[in-house]
Write a protein that binds this ligand. Structure first.
Ligand SMILES: CC[C@H](O)CC(=O)C(=O)O
Length: 335
C-alpha cells in the first residue's frame, strides 16, 4: 500500500563513514572509504559525511589517513552525491579548518552543544564567505526543552547558518519532544532543518519520520544503522519508508539495500559485533553520548563499577566530549 504521496523533497545525509567510524574504532581506511562512497553515490544518497568519529581535526595518529586524504578519497568517488563534514570547533583549529574550505565540500556542520552554540560563530562565517553550505549540529538536544533549543537555534541563524540539525546524541528523545522541537525550530528560523538520532530506544526510524512530518527536510542515517552506541537511523530502512510514503527522494531503495552487503564485508575484518541492547537502552534512558559507550565499558572493567551506575552518574554530571579525564576520575571515585 502506498502512503501519503507527499510532494516534498527529503534529503539523506549518510554518516556511516563518520558516525560509523566510532563503531570500528576509527579504522575505516582509504579503500573502505572509496568503496562505501562509491556504493552510496550509486544509490542516490544526497550527502555522504566522512571523517573520524569526532569530526575533522579530531584524530591525528600515525598510520591513519589525514583528514585531507580522506576528503580526496571521498571526493574522487562521489559523482552525484555531495561530501559533508562535521567539525567540532574545539577540535579543529581555525587554521586547519580554513584549509578544509578549499575542498569541494557540499555541507559543513559545526558540532556544538545545543545549550551553547557560540563556538560555531566564526566557523560559520568562514564557510559562508567561501559560499559553502553550512549549518549548526546541535548535540544532546534531549537535555533541553524545545524552547531552549529554539532560542539557541535562532542564534545560529544570526551567525549565518543555512541549516540546523537537531541532534539526539543519546537516542533519548521521545516522540512528543521530537515533534515539539522540530516544529518550534522550523517556525522560528525558517531554515532547512535536519534530524540526527541514535536507536537506543528503538525509535530512530519512527522519530526520523516524525521529524519529517514536523518540518525537517533532511535526515542523518547510516548503512545498517552503523553509528555510535545503538547506531543511527538505518539508511536502507528510511529510504524504504520514505519511498512507501511517497516522499520525493533521490535514493533508490533497491540499490541502498545493496550497500549493507558492501559494508558487511568491510566491517567483518574489524571484528565488529552486534551491540548489547541492554547498554544501549541505558544510554537512551539516562541520556549520555552514544560515543561514550566504549569508554564506559573499559572503565567499568578497569574499576569494577557497574555500567548502569557509571552511566547514571555521567548523565547527572552532564559530561560532554572532552570530559574523558573527568569521567575516569568519576569511575575511580565510584568504585
Ligand atoms: C561525540 C560525537 C558524536 O558522534 C556526534 C554525533 O553524531 C552525535 O552527537 O550524535
Amino acid at each position: 500500500m502506498r502512503g501519503l504521496m507527499v510532494n516534498r523533497k527529503i534529503k539523506i545525509i549518510d554518516s556511516t563513514l563518520r558516525d560509523g567510524n566510532h563503531t570500528v574504532g576509527n579504522r575505516f581506511d582509504l579503500d573502505d572509504i572509496k568503496s562505501i562512497v562509491k556504493t552510496l553515490d550509486q544509490s542516490g544518497i544526497d550527502y555522504i559525511e566522512v571523517g573520524y568519529g569526532f569530526g575533522m581535526g579530531s584524530f591525528n595518529k600515525e598510520g591513519f589517513a589525514t583528514d585531507y586524504q580522506i576528503l580526496d578519497a571521498a571526493i574522487g568517488q562521489a559523482k552525484n552525491s555531495k561530501i559533508a563534514i562535521l567539525v567540532f570547533p574545539n577540535k579543529a583549529d581555525i587554521k586547519s579548518y580554513e584549509k578544509l574550505l578549499d575542498y569541494d565540500i557540499g555541507l559543513i556542520r559545526l558540532a556544538v552543544q545545543a545549550s551553547n552554540v557560540e563556538p560555531a560563530k566564526d566557523y560559520i562565517k568562514l564557510a559562508r564567505d567561501k559560499g559553502i553550505q553550512v549549518g549548526g549540529f546541535m548535540m544532546m538536544a534531549s537535555r533541553l526543552s524545545a524552547d531552549e533549543i529554539t532560542s539557541e537555534a535562532s542564534k545560529l541563524k544570526k551567525f549565518g547558518a543555512d541549516t540546523i540539525t537537531i541532534t539526539d546524541s543519546a537516542g533519548a528523545m521521545i516522540p512528543s519532544s521530537v515533534v515539539d522541537t522540530i516544529k518550534k525550530v522550523k517556525e522560528a528560523t525558517k531554515l532547512e532543518i535536519g534530524f540526527h538520532t541514535h536507536d537506543n530506544l528503538g525509535l530512530a526510524v519512527g522519530n526520523s519520520m516524525l521529524a519529517i512530518s514536523s518540518g525537517a527536510s533532511f535526515i542523518d542515517t547510516a548503512i545498517a544503522g552503523l553509528g555510535a552506541g545503538a547506531g543511527n537511523t538505518r539508511t536502507e530502512s528510511l529510504v524504504a519508508v520514505l519511498d512507501k510514503e511517497g516522499y520525493k527522494i533521490n535514493a533508490d531503495m533497491f540499490k541502498s539495500i545493496e550497500c549493507v552487503k558492501v559494508l558487511d564485508k568491510i566491517i567483518k575484518k574489524y571484528d565488529v559485533n552486534i551491540k548489547d541492547m541492554r547498554d544501549m537502552i541505558l544510554i537512551g534512558y539516562y541520556g549520555i553520548y552514544s560515543a561514550f559507550m566504549k569508554n564506559v565499558s573499559d572503565l567499568s572493567d578497569k574499576y569494577g563499577v557497574s555500567k548502569k551506575y557509571l552511566i547514571a552518574n555521567i548523565a547527572k554530571n552532564r559530561y560532554v566530549p572532552g570530559d574523558e579525564e573527568k569521567i575516569e576520575s568519576l569511575a575511580k571515585m565510584l568504585r
